[in-house]
Write a protein that binds this ligand. Structure first.
Ligand code: CTP
Length: 135
C-alpha cells in the first residue's frame, strides 16, 4: 500500500484544499493529512488568527472522503520522521526552513517528494479578507 503524507493548517476549508486532497490521494492508496497544531501555526505565521482550533480542524479534514488518516504535527521536519509514508506531497508555498529540512530527510531516507500545484484564486487568507470587508 502506497502511503501519501501532506501537511497544512486547513483553517477555513475551501476548494483549493479539496483539490489538494484529491490530487494527493491519486498519488497512492492511503492519504495521511497532518494538521498543524495551534501553537505552531502562530509560531510559523505570526499574527495568524485561527477560526478553528486544532481539534476542530482535524475533525473537518477527517470528514473529507479523500482523507484516510489525520495526525497533528508541530513542524514539517519532525512529522516526516514520525509518520510511516512513501510520498511527501507538499504545496509550492511550503518552503520555510522546516520544509527544506523535511525534504533533505526524505532524500536521505528514499522517500519521494512531489510538489502539487496550488489552485489559483482561492486561499484561507483571501476568504478571511473578504469576510472582514463584509462585516
Ligand atoms: N493549497 C492549494 N491551493 C490553494 C490553497 C492552498 O493547493 N488555493 C494547498 C497549499 O499549497 C498547502 C495546503 O493547501 O499544500 C495547505 O495550505 P493552507 O496554508 O492550510 O491553506 P491556504 O489557503 O494557503 O491558507 P493561507 O491563506 O492562510 O496561507
Amino acid at each position: 500500500m502506497k502511503k501519501i503524507l501532506t501537511v497544512g493548517v486547513f483553517d477555513l476549508l475551501h476548494f483549493g484544499h479539496m483539490e489538494l486532497f484529491r490530487k494527493a490521494k491519486a498519488l497512492g492508496d492511503h492519504l495521511i493529512v497532518a494538521v498543524q497544531d495551534d501553537e505552531n501555526v502562530v509560531k510559523f505565521k505570526p499574527g495568524t488568527k485561527l477560526t478553528y482550533n486544532t481539534e476542530q480542524r482535524c475533525y473537518m479534514v477527517a470528514s473529507i472522503r479523500y482523507v484516510d488518516e489525520v495526525v497533528v504535527y508541530k513542524n514539517a521536519e519532525s512529522i516526516v520522521q514520525e509518520v510511516d509514508f512513501d510520498v511527501f506531497a507538499r504545496g509550492p508555498d511550503q518552503t520555510n526552513s522546516s520544509f527544506l529540512a523535511a525534504e533533505k530527510w526524505c532524500a536521505a531516507h528514499q522517500k519521494e517528494v512531489v510538489i502539487l500545484p496550488r489552485t489559483e484564486g482561492i486561499s484561507t487568507s483571501l476568504i478571511k479578507e473578504i469576510l472582514s470587508k463584509k462585516s
